[in-house]
Design a protein around this ligand. Structure first.
Ligand code: SAM
Length: 214
């Protein structure tokens, strides 16, 4: 099972503690954050439909999608994260286009599929690539999968991210997307600087966007 860099499993108690604010103030930083730039770049031109944000946290990405006309379901295991998302939504004009579901994505089974399934840095208590297999099965025919993850530290980029065990490579993800079923549009490993605790840090990201053929 993947573990955080300080040895915790990525289970509900880990994420509840994370969002309850006893982890270096990270929840406040995340709660006020802009949407993930990879989502903005990859999805901006897509015609809106239904979307699922798996591990939505405080809702920055889900609300960005809602503002662009998507009917979004944000799922998270941490009630405090969803409370922040709902509060943030209530200050917007698009709250009615966002639905918040408290569920464990390792067990939750949606009642429908989605035109877009997206996930950003979500680490569950299951192997990371199996988690991506699971969320990718919820994409409708013709729909889009967008995975934004942490790049595997073994790739030689130096500073440790949140967890080596939960990190991946673009090739690791695309190898599991059957070419008969998926057209891979983006498979990139990128580095960016993001605000962090009043300073800045370098993030090593993996971005995979794929379209389900049928
Ligand atoms: C690092 S945070 C990222 C949050 C948000 N996607 C973002 O990019 O800011 C990971 C999120 O995944 C959620 N999560 C982890 N395991 C989960 C699970 N099994 N089911 C649902 N959500 C989960 C956590 O509660 C947390 O909000």
């Amino acid at each position: 099972m993947p573990r955080s860099s300080d040895g915790h499993a990525f289970d509900k108690s880990y994420w509840d503690a994370h969002w309850q604010g006893d982890r270096s103030g990270a929840p406040e930083a995340i709660a006020g954050s802009p949407p993930n730039p990879h989502l903005v770049r990859e999805i901006d031109d897509l015609r809106p439909g239904t979307a699922l944000d798996a591990g939505c946290g405080a809702g920055a990405e889900a609300l960005w999608l809602a503002a662009r006309g998507w009917q979004v379901t944000g799922v998270d295991i941490a009630a405090d994260a969803l409370a922040r998302a709902a509060e943030r939504a209530s200050a917007t004009a698009v709250a009615d286009r966002a639905r918040w579901v408290s569920a464990d994505l390792t067990m939750w089974v949606p009642s429908t599929t989605y035109d877009l399934v997206t996930t950003h840095y979500a680490h569950a208590a299951m192997p990371q690539l199996e988690f991506y297999d699971r969320v990718s099965s919820w994409v409708s025919p013709g729909g889009t999968l967008l995975i934004v993850g942490h790049l595997d530290h073994d790739q030689g980029h130096g500073d440790a991210g949140p967890s080596a065990a939960a990190s991946v490579t673009a090739g690791g993800i695309t190898a599991r997307l059957d070419p008969a079923e998926w057209e891979v549009a983006t498979a990139e490993e990128l580095h960016r600087t993001a605000a962090s605790h009043g300073g800045a840090r370098t993030l090593h990201d993996v971005v995979v966007r794929a379209i389900r053929r049928h």
